[in-house]
Design a protein around this ligand. Sequence first.
Ligand SMILES: Cc1cc2nc3c(=O)[nH]c(=O)nc-3n(C[C@H](O)[C@H](O)[C@H](O)COP(=O)(O)OP(=O)(O)OC[C@H]3O[C@@H](n4cnc5c(N)ncnc54)[C@H](O)[C@@H]3O)c2cc1C
Length: 441
Amino acid sequence: MNSIRRNLLKGAAATTLAAAVSIKAQPLIMSPSSELLPKSGKRRVLILGGGWGGLTAARHVREQAPDLEVVVIERNPVFWSCPLSNKWLIDVVDTNFLVHSYLIPARKHGYTFIQAEVSDIDRGKRRVHTAQGHIDYDWLVISAGIRYGFETWFGNDRKAIDYTRTNYATAYIPSAEHALVKQKIHNFKGGTFVMTLPPPPHRCPPSPYERACLMAWLYQTKKVNAKIIILDPKPRIAPITAGYTQAFKELYPNTITHVPNATIKEVDPFNKVVKTAAGDFKFDDALLMTPHQAADLVWKADLIGKTPDGKPTGWAGVHPLFYNAPNDPQVFVIGDSVGAVSPHFGHYPKAGHVANRQGRSVAQYIAAQAKGQELKPIIIDNLCYMLVNNNPREAISVQFDYKIGADGLLLQTQIDDNERREELWKEDLRWVDIMYKDFVV
Ligand SMILES: Cc1cc2nc3c(=O)[nH]c(=O)nc-3n(C[C@H](O)[C@H](O)[C@H](O)COP(=O)(O)OP(=O)(O)OC[C@H]3O[C@@H](n4cnc5c(N)ncnc54)[C@H](O)[C@@H]3O)c2cc1C
């Protein structure tokens, strides 16, 4: 053995010995059995998911209950907004508009941000596991968004799932999919572009129609001979039915075809065929949206609701006003994962606005619990703008208001603003500015 290798190995042995000697006092290598963060002596609010709901909750818990420690765990290195991302796909806004640092709000509001993948939740021990170690909580807020239900189409066929994920990604979860979807939309040379819509409830119901409008605008402007076919399991476009129907008819009559009642029967990604209750469709390219479900973390926390006959609903079964787990007032699920909140209308729209309102609400609930006060239900709202034309820039919108009815259950009022106009696009920009300032900038 030459002297360089001998010295190197000697050094390595010495390091290993030193590590072994000091390991009890201070672990040098993080492992799943290590503690992710030392206890601070303060009661801890642990927030899983640094999206619209999670970051809102983090900021407002810090403000409402400054005596509590707040920790956010998020898998992504930077915040990426899905709202406004359809506009980014056709370059109405740039990447800086969607991407934000996690550390800026963490520093500003005084919480800890940890980039890690959460692998498990042990509610019995009030402990969360990540690849870097575990962390205990006093309060837990899960705002982890959605998962794609590929299994409902393909069962355990990993080949079909991975092929579809790679070739027909939809960019409905903040991830690398966005760059892929943008590239394929811009590279499309013409032919049939199929878009399957998930059955309700799903993330941001009006947004697939907006995406179709903006893609159609792009293809018409670039003179690409494209046919966009929207395969919609619903009997009609919803929400903003009249606004979208007019936009399809008046702006994109030769580009967009909306097919109602197109419940998926079979998807063959390899041969590029979608079989539906409204007929079979061959495609040149596609955005294949599977059914959506609550994020994996809600399943891991054993918080998925049950139908009357005991089957999983696919969504979190939490209190409709306080969002806490059954029999656990200090564990909350907010955002898109939340299941039906009222027999009158089912789910809240799965929107960033709703996730933000729920984040603010749980912050107040946690602050009240920390002070030993009684919780008072907070009623939320929702507002959403959709761009249907890029030149001139014209948007439509939908608003939802809520109240508690005489039967004690939540009631919903929906107001569609179907008249497309520039003023609504400007309001959209103001809306996102207010939202970002509330939780991420
Ligand atoms: C194209 C499109 C357009 C939209 N437009 C609008 C709009 O105009 N207005 C509007 O109000 N809403 C809009 N939405 C909906 C909005 O994006 C969602 O409703 C909102 O993001 C829900 O917030 P959330 O906190 O539940 O989930 P998210 O914002 O998705 O946050 C969940 C976070 O949890 C993280 N996470 C998940 N699992 C783990 C894990 N195991 N470990 C660590 N981290 C994890 C994820 O990385 C993610 O950052 C749109 C959505 C799309 C796709």
